[in-house]
Ligand binder design. Structure first.
Ligand SMILES: Cc1cc2nc3c(=O)[nH]c(=O)nc-3n(C[C@H](O)[C@H](O)[C@H](O)COP(=O)(O)OP(=O)(O)OC[C@H]3O[C@@H](n4cnc5c(N)ncnc54)[C@H](O)[C@@H]3O)c2cc1C
Length: 395
């Protein structure tokens, strides 16, 4: 009989893990607390480290049918609009890294993973909120709605506020980062022509930045504004709230005219309060006995490196690889340990760089001056990340 993986959470990480467990010859059962897979969320950028994995899972054409493939990354100053640096994406990136730089709507990525998971015969259960993790770390046993379920391995892919993490790793909740994300999505043809875009554009200002990029084959434009502030929002654990455009205007401060036009043209902003954890310090923070964490449950990060979902996909790929290497009856703890050992350092590095980017993107005074000068002088060399895009598993 196949070994059983119990996966808690049906976000990008949990779906990807269900797929790779199944590809590794395990039987996977996935428990998602929501009644249906939600449309909430907005855009997600995927570097070649992530798109390479999707291609390896046979999802290249499914991705191509929903994604946009931006031509350039352009960095501009938010206050005067000047161009600070550019990085060629598009075919230049595909040639350099053997996989494209893509931008997708989160629901589209979730849908294509869900199709693959269902085709692989994974048992997907909705409205299944995992309450208690029993007898860890020696057993992989859960209680859901009064039922007890046992498997050979338990994967906590239940996101930022992970119940699996709080019970098995008992290291307290994530912390408010002092930053808020406002997100909006527009149909490109509804926007005035000068505001439509096929590129990723990052506008840097004091204590704020804005990122825009196309999704849905380029038909929609995703805009996210990151600002510092508001303890009021920090208190709210529910991280998706209706937010007034007026509040956003105040938080952004003075902007150049094209950026002001873009912010005013975008419909319906939604607000997220950003939380993270300090970078991981060891493999023990990712796996214990028969229980492993994956994605945001393991290493929540600020979105300033655009790699949270990418790291979740990489985790899943590595989990599948280590599970497929198992030979004995009781090798799940060893496989999970190997998974954690090969993943934690790379994820910790991305967590740390995501925090660092927050300081650099929002810089004021001499740091801002130095940043702008470096971008003008070094441009592409500073913006490209070969160490990140070349590797996708171990490091
Ligand atoms: C503003 C912003 C911009 C971002 N931009 C990017 C980007 O450009 N590129 C990128 O790679 N990443 C980006 N990210 C990060 C990315 O969205 C996350 O890292 C990624 O979605 C994490 O996926 P996950 O599956 O680990 O967690 P989640 O997506 O949070 O999924 C967890 C799932 O578990 C379920 N769940 C929770 N508790 C239970 C329970 N007790 N029982 C059962 N189910 C449960 C939840 O309902 C949910 O479906 C961004 C994030 C933000 C906030």
């Amino acid at each position: 009989m196949n070994k059983q993986a119990l996966i808690v959470g049906g976000g990008i990480g949990g779906l990807a893990a269900a797929l790779t467990c199944s590809r590794a010859g395990w039987s996977a059962r996935l428990y998602e607390k929501a009644q249906q897979f939600s449309e909430v969320g907005a855009g997600i950028q995927l570097g070649p480290n992530a798109t390479r994995i999707l291609a390896h899972w046979g999802l290249e054409s499914a991705l191509a049918s929903v994604a946009a493939f931006p031509g350039r990354l352009i960095v501009r100053a938010a206050q005067d609009g000047s161009q600070l640096g550019t990085l060629r994406l598009g075919s230049a990136f595909t040639e350099r890294y053997g996989a494209p730089y893509a931008a997708v709507h989160r629901a589209d990525l979730q849908d294509l993973l869900l199709d693959a998971v269902r085709n692989a015969g994974v048992d997907v259960q909705l409205s299944a909120a995992v309450g208690t993790v029993l007898s860890f770390p020696h057993a992989a046993r859960l209680r859901i709605d009064g039922r007890e379920i046992e498997g050979d391995a338990l994967v906590g892919a239940d996101g930022l506020w992970s119940a699996v993490r709080s019970q098995v790793f008992s290291d307290g909740p994530p912390v408010f980062a002092g930053h808020l994300a406002y997100r909006s999505l527009a149909i490109q043809r509804d926007l005035p022509e000068p505001l439509r875009s096929r590129d990723v554009t990052v506008w840097l200002g004091p204590r704020m930045h804005l990122v825009s990029y196309p999704v849905k084959r380029g038909e929609q434009l995703n805009v996210v504004v990151l600002v510092q502030g508001a303890a009021r929002a920090a208190a709210a654990q529910e991280w998706d709230q209706a937010a007034a455009a007026a509040e956003l205007q105040i938080a952004m401060g003075p902007l150049c005219a094209p950026l002001q036009d873009l912010v005013q043209a975008m419909p319906g902003w939604r607000l997220w309060a950003l939380h993270d954890r300090p970078p991981m310090r060891g493999a023990d923070e990712m796996a214990r006995g028969r229980v492993a964490l994956l994605g945001d449950a393991a290493h929540p990060m600020l979105p300033y490196f655009a790699q949270g979902a990418g790291m979740a996909l990489e985790d899943a790929e590595e989990l599948g690889r280590t599970l497929s290497m198992g030979e004995g009856d009781d090798d799940a703890p060893l496989a999970l340990r190997r998974y954690a050992q090969s993943r934690w350092q790379r994820c910790a590095r991305v967590q740390a760089l995501s925090r660092r980017n927050g300081h650099i993107f929002h810089a004021t005074g001499p740091l801002r001056w130095g940043r702008d000068l470096s971008l003008r002088l070094l441009g592409e060399r500073l913006l490209d990340q070969p160490w990140l895009y070349v590797a996708s598993g171990k490091r």
